[in-house]
Design a protein around this ligand. Sequence first.
Ligand SMILES: C[S@@+](CC[C@H](N)C(=O)[O-])C[C@H]1O[C@@H](n2cnc3c(N)ncnc32)[C@H](O)[C@@H]1O
Length: 346
Amino acid sequence: MPRYALLILPSANRVYAGAAAGLAVAELAAFSDSVLRGALSAAEVTRRGGVPYVEFGAERLGPEDTSFLANMSSIYALFEVSGSLLKPMELNRLDRYDDDLITIQKYQGKTNEQFTKLLLNVTALASAFGAQMLSRQLAVLDPLCGRGTTLNQALTYGYDAAGIDIDQRDFEAYTTFIKTWLKRKRIKHKVTFDGPVRRDGKVAGRRLQASMAASKQDQKAGLTQKLDVVCADTTRATEFFRPATFDLVVTDAPYGVQHGSRSAASGLARRPAELLTAAVPVWASLLRPGGAVGIAWNTLAAPREEAAAILTAAGLEPVESGPYLQFRHRVDQAIVRDIVVARKPS
Ligand SMILES: C[S@@+](CC[C@H](N)C(=O)[O-])C[C@H]1O[C@@H](n2cnc3c(N)ncnc32)[C@H](O)[C@@H]1O
């Protein structure tokens, strides 16, 4: 059986410290189970020339298989092992835009880009739409979107992206950034709405709606993507988005620790589990049957069982098996982060 060696992005070691290889093994298993017919044998960490690799066996990987693996959040390069030699394999990523869309913005409280991609990937892979990850324009909602790391990753994949966040400064920073970025990169786009949304004469929130195409050819072919960002409380999301319209809900919940004075200033010091209890049923109603929600949270603020119970109470089915139990990792003294993914029954 052919063997393959995966080189992990050097930055993963900085982001996850000692946990990078373990997370890569779990992500690989999520891809294998969902879209590679379970074809990959259990991966292991090896060393070649003093450098760590994640190695696995598989029946010969075809171009579609490597196209899936090319989008792993941790992949730097993939090789076919031939004795002591490594043969590089072509990795065609989904990426439609320059990666500065995701990396330019730097701010306290930003969810790490690589981790955001991991969260989006494993949520898509757990949904009924995993096999369509490369071919369909999925609709992704980040209902606690901050300054848009998930939205930018979704756009990079060619998906439609929607977000909601209560923090006005985050909303302003993100909408200013994205409008400037689209102009500066000369990306064909149209802002279709930008301003306050009124309900019964009162301002219910602010909103930016835009559409864009990665290239002239895409525009001609009607391959346009939608971006829709709202500044409002996430528990009011159904006032802005229609039920059962998102394939994936992907979010990094507040960590229950103060990031500077931001949380206190905007009244966000609510316990993360309380927020999830109020918000998850709303998010579940926005998901299509077969869709999935993926939440990252701080296990020091709420144990995994509590997060899973909140999802179950909202009629979702948490995936509590295999690689989906292997994403827990330490971020710092106050944060041990984990991912929980749940499906909406078809
Ligand atoms: C961990 S941060 C997400 C950061 C984001 N992924 C990014 O990279 O910018 C959690 C976000 O939840 C938002 N938030 C907290 N409570 C909220 C609520 N009730 N409604 C909407 N957003 C809320 C905060 O403003 C914060 O931006």
